[in-house]
Write a protein that binds this ligand. Sequence first.
Ligand code: NAP
Length: 285
Amino acid sequence: MAELLKGKPVADAMKADLVERVSALKAKGITPKLGIIRVGARPDDLYYEGGAKKTCDAIGLAYQVFEYPEDISQEDFERAVTAVGANKEIHGILMFSPLPKSLDEKKIRSLIPVEKDVDGLTLGSAGKVFADDPTGFPPCTPTACMEILKYYNIPLKGKRVTVVGRSLVVGKPVAMLLMREHATITICHSRTENLPAVCREADILVAAIGRAKMLTADYVKQGQIVIDVGINPDPDRPGKYCGDVAFDAVEPIVEKITPVPGGVGSVTTMVLCKQTVMACEMQNE
Ligand code: NAP
């Protein structure tokens, strides 16, 4: 049986650290604050927003939601995002996407100041992550993977890691963060040949694909550590979620594995809060 790398103890340890850091900032008269920009009221956005607010409350972080109608014009929304970016009371910004098709998301995202981009989705942040500049924030999910690996003392230096997925949100940044820790990385995608064999070569396998239970027993070997980033509707259990890894088939083979749910996903909102606290600290140095 594999050891389960659960997210909750990781988030709890991060919380304890953040409570202290928020208190230290408040003692200096500074209240760290997250600005949440939302257009419309999509259920997925509201669900994530609810989780983020709860986590903010738990560590004493303030937040403000900036909500706009779905028919907002490009010009008005650009003005609004620029104003939130310039607001000195807001230290970190989360902007939900995708935005309605009538809005130029790339242009609007570029209006978020890099130092406040705690969701790590601007090109400026991506550049900093690529350049190993610690003042740039990676997206929350790759950072959550790193927090899990760190919490469970999983060695990375010199280890072979296969990342399946090359998105800007997960695959590419997690590869950069792992390389920062001196792992040797292979990035795979939909055109990779012999994917099962490439996955089996790894000491650590990171699945960020978006295909329910795609990585079966053929893709893993004994002694491996598996980080499953996927969150997919479970085709076998309506109303439930599952990862990109076929957990029931893989768990008996590998050494350690993150469950879904209860793994990477349960650390991401804590990372959002951590990056907001870091942003506030850096803006007040
Ligand atoms: P994405 O943008 O759709 O990227 C998926 C990646 O997987 C692409 O690079 C794609 O390759 C690759 N891929 C697709 N089918 C493949 C196949 N058959 N073989 C090999 N590679 C394949 O997805 P994403 O935003 O990175 O998200 C990935 C997963 O993580 C999703 O399940 C998502 O729900 C989940 N997620 C979880 C969290 C969390 O907090 N845990 C946060 C964000 C996302 P190509 O580039 O060649 O198309």
